[in-house]
Design a protein around this ligand. Structure first.
Ligand SMILES: C[S@@+](CC[C@H](N)C(=O)[O-])C[C@H]1O[C@@H](n2cnc3c(N)ncnc32)[C@H](O)[C@@H]1O
Length: 216
């Protein structure tokens, strides 16, 4: 009875506060969004700030990112480097760069169609990365994981546009200058993710890739 009461209380609190469900696994909520971006625009060059078995391997998955020529991935944790490289194997399209601190080593964003920001484990550090990217006024799209974090939303102020994929928490913020992406397509992709989340597993890269390929 107590558990049931707790469930009801939690559900009501979620409705009142409009808190979206937290995904399991929590670290992979960016995968459906990245798969959608690959179909909304042509993505040949990706700058990834903060690597991992989820995002790095998805960018290299030809079913999901068929146009990818170069993935430049910045990482600063030597233990994590091994985890990531073991997971993705060798791929000539991958330029993996180990640096002392990603946030202090952000390279020029010129020529990248997509910058994906998911570095570090501390909000203050990733906020610095977001500000460094924003200061370069990238021509492409910038996607930021864990965008429910107030620090990241504040750091991203100054981009001329933003769209938040908030079906799942951790959320993904998509920010851009100029006309890098059509917001109505992002809205449509967000509705698709909300509709399919029960049917396609969050980590099913090819499932999401196939879904967005079919929609076109
Ligand atoms: C959120 S993780 C990056 C996840 C990655 N983008 C992905 O989708 O797989 C952020 C950073 O935390 C550090 N890290 C170290 N150990 C980690 C662990 N066990 N799990 C996740 N991140 C770890 C790495 O430097 C990594 O770049």
């Amino acid at each position: 009875v107590i558990n049931r009461a707790r469930q009801i209380a939690s559900k009501s609190r979620g409705k009142v506060l409009r808190v979206r469900p937290t995904s399991d696994p929590a670290y992979a909520t960016h995968l459906p969004v990245l798969a959608a971006l690959a179909r909304i625009t042509t993505i040949r060059r990706v700058l990834e700030l903060g690597s991992g078995p989820f995002s790095t391997s998805m960018f290299l998955n030809r079913d999901v990112f068929p146009d990818l020529d170069i993935l430049t991935s910045y990482e600063d944790d030597p233990n994590w480097e091994h985890v990531v490289l073991d997971a993705v194997g060798s791929d000539t399209r991958l330029e993996f760069r180990m640096v002392p601190e990603v946030r202090l080593a952000v390279p020029p964003t010129d020529g990248y169609d997509l910058v994906f920001i998911d570095d570090s484990r501390l909000p203050s550090e990733r906020s610095t990365t977001i500000r460094a990217v924003k200061a370069m006024r990238p021509r492409g799209i910038v996607a930021i994981h864990d965008f429910e974090q107030r620090h990241y939303r504040t750091a991203a102020r100054g981009f001329s546009h933003r769209f938040i994929f908030n079906t799942l928490t951790p959320q993904v913020g998509v920010c851009w200058f100029g006309d890098a992406v059509d917001p109505s397509q992002l809205k449509r992709a967000s509705r698709t993710i909300a509709g399919e989340i029960g049917r396609v597993s969050i980590t099913d890269q090819s499932g999401w890739g196939g879904l967005f390929r079919a929609i076109g």
